[in-house]
Design a protein around this ligand. Structure first.
Ligand code: GLU
Ligand code: MG
Length: 452
């Protein structure tokens, strides 16, 4: 006799769900997947499904980097779905979705698993009485594709334009319907500055929830866009002539139930502890960049004057500061920080694991917070604002040297991430900026449209 379904799985079966896509995100930022029949979901959560560790040696174009330490045919892992995060994907066609974490065959958590690391950091902060809440904003380009031509934006209409919303209202309706059907909470949707560009702000949650939500939402956006015959690009810089796509990360913190970014005597109302977190994030920014902006093309987005905030400064409501404090005001909205440099090629689990580790380090050992910068840092006297790394190799060197991140990730994961960063640098060496933008123009469509 087969085992009875667990109550949440039985409830999905009653709704007509038949399959579950279980995803995890590899070092290259690509969501990878195994699908199980709904009837096997409980086993997939308890025991897992096979996944080779080599998948973290995949480059952004899908090729296996030959000198990566994980480029090895041996061994196997088990991807276990997180039953607590089981959600709908496209219920009308019978699909559900769950994020997964990889375990050794011995049953031990796999030390290289990105989501596991994020969970560990979340638990560590929680033990110190600290809760970090996070939420991502996604920007993407909707475009049609013709062979040997630049992506053509799918809609006319101006920046933030109601004209673009009306031109694309069927798309917007289908997209928002799709998000609702998948149960993804969001706060705001709008046509962004660039031609054919849209933005969705996801509701905040715990770090694990925020990262899961980003992965989940991207799948829905990709699916709905395809149904219209277009494609979406989350590439940090789909074309050199246009503004890039950011994946801004918003953060707020509480300790023992009290908010840390407001109600204090520091600039913008920062408490001493909030200032300590901000100072630590600012200091570690070059190292964090290797995770927040993990592709070589990420660095073509990080140009002054494009609201991608490529300076190692913080500011109050300053959109050219890599860390922007949005203080509370008369409306009572909670104060929060925005990490503006991040893009959507980032593995959100690794990025949030790192951000939590740095926040924790800041609280453990306070360091002085420099004054906030107002106005465009590019216009300050030379040397007054430090430019963040302008190449992945530079960010990777900072990541290699970061004691906080090495300790938080453990030697094994830290070293294999360095291998992935080196693989990305090698993949892009010798490509012109235009070739690079074209190669990654449809990210996260691994391999672009070349495999179509
Ligand atoms: N598209 C910009 C970026 O690359 C951000 C625009 C905004 O401030 O929302 O991050
Ligand atoms: Mg935006």
């Amino acid at each position: 006799m087969s085992k009875p379904l667990s109550p949440p799985v039985a409830a999905l079966a009653d709704q007509g769900i038949r399959w579950v896509a279980i995803t995890w995100v590899n070092h290259a930022g690509a969501p990878l997947v195994k699908v199980v029949p709904l009837a096997c979901f409980d086993a997939a959560a308890a025991v897992g499904v096979g996944f080779s560790p080599v998948s973290d040696a995949f480059r952004a174009d899908g090729a296996i980097d030959p000198v990566h330490r994980l480029a090895c045919p041996d061994g196997d892992l088990r991807l276990r779905a997180d039953a607590a995060a089981l959600a709908l994907l496209e219920p009308a066609s019978g699909w559900a979705w769950a994020p997964g974490e990889r375990f050794e065959r011995s049953g031990e958590p796999y030390a290289g698993d990105q989501r596991h690391r994020c969970r560990q950091q979340q638990e560590q902060l929680h033990q110190a009485g600290v809760e970090l809440r996070a939420g991502f904003e996604l920007e993407w380009l909707v475009a049609s594709h013709r062979p040997d031509a630049e992506p053509q934006p799918a809609f006319p209409g101006g920046p933030y334009g109601a004209d673009r919303l009306m031109e694309g209202l069927d798309y917007a309706t289908a997209l928002l319907d799709g998000l609702e059907a998948a149960g993804i909470p969001w706060q705001q949707f709008h046509p962004e500055y660039g031609a054919g560009q849209f933005e969705l702000a996801l509701a905040p949650g715990t770090p694990l929830e925020a990262a899961d939500r980003l992965v989940h939402a991207r799948l829905v956006i990709q699916r709905v866009t395809r149904r219209f015959g277009w494609r979406c690009s989350f590439s940090p810089k789909p074309s050199l002539e246009r503004v890039g796509n950011g994946g801004h990360l918003h953060l707020s913190l509480q300790r023992d139930g009290l908010p840390l970014l407001e109600g204090g005597g520091g600039p913008g109302g920062l408490s001493d502890a909030g200032g300590a977190v901000l100072a630590a994030l600012l200091e570690e920014l070059p190292a964090l960049l290797a995770l927040a902006c993990p592709l070589e093309i990420s660095y073509r987005r990080l140009a002054p004057g494009s609201w991608s905030a490529p300076f190692q400064v913080w500011g109050i409501e300053n959109r050219e500061a890599a860390l922007r404090l949005i203080p509370t005001a008369a409306d009572g909205a909670a104060a929060h920080l925005e990490l503006k440099v991040a893009d959507l090629a980032a593995n959100p689990y690794l990025l949030l694991a790192a951000v939590q580790a740095v926040a924790g380090a800041g609280l453990d050992q306070a360091r002085p917070l420099p004054p906030p910068v107002s106005g465009d840092p590019a216009h300050l006297p030379a040397g007054a604002a430090v430019r963040l790394p302008a190449r992945l190799a530079e960010a990777s060197a900072a990541f290699a040297a970061s004691a906080v991140l090495r300790q938080a990730f453990g030697e094994e994961l830290h070293a294999s991430l360095l291998d992935s960063q080196a693989a990305e640098v090698r993949r892009c060496a010798g490509l012109s900026d235009a070739e690079l933008a074209a190669a990654d123009g449809w990210w996260p469509l691994v391999g672009g449209l070349g495999w179509a």
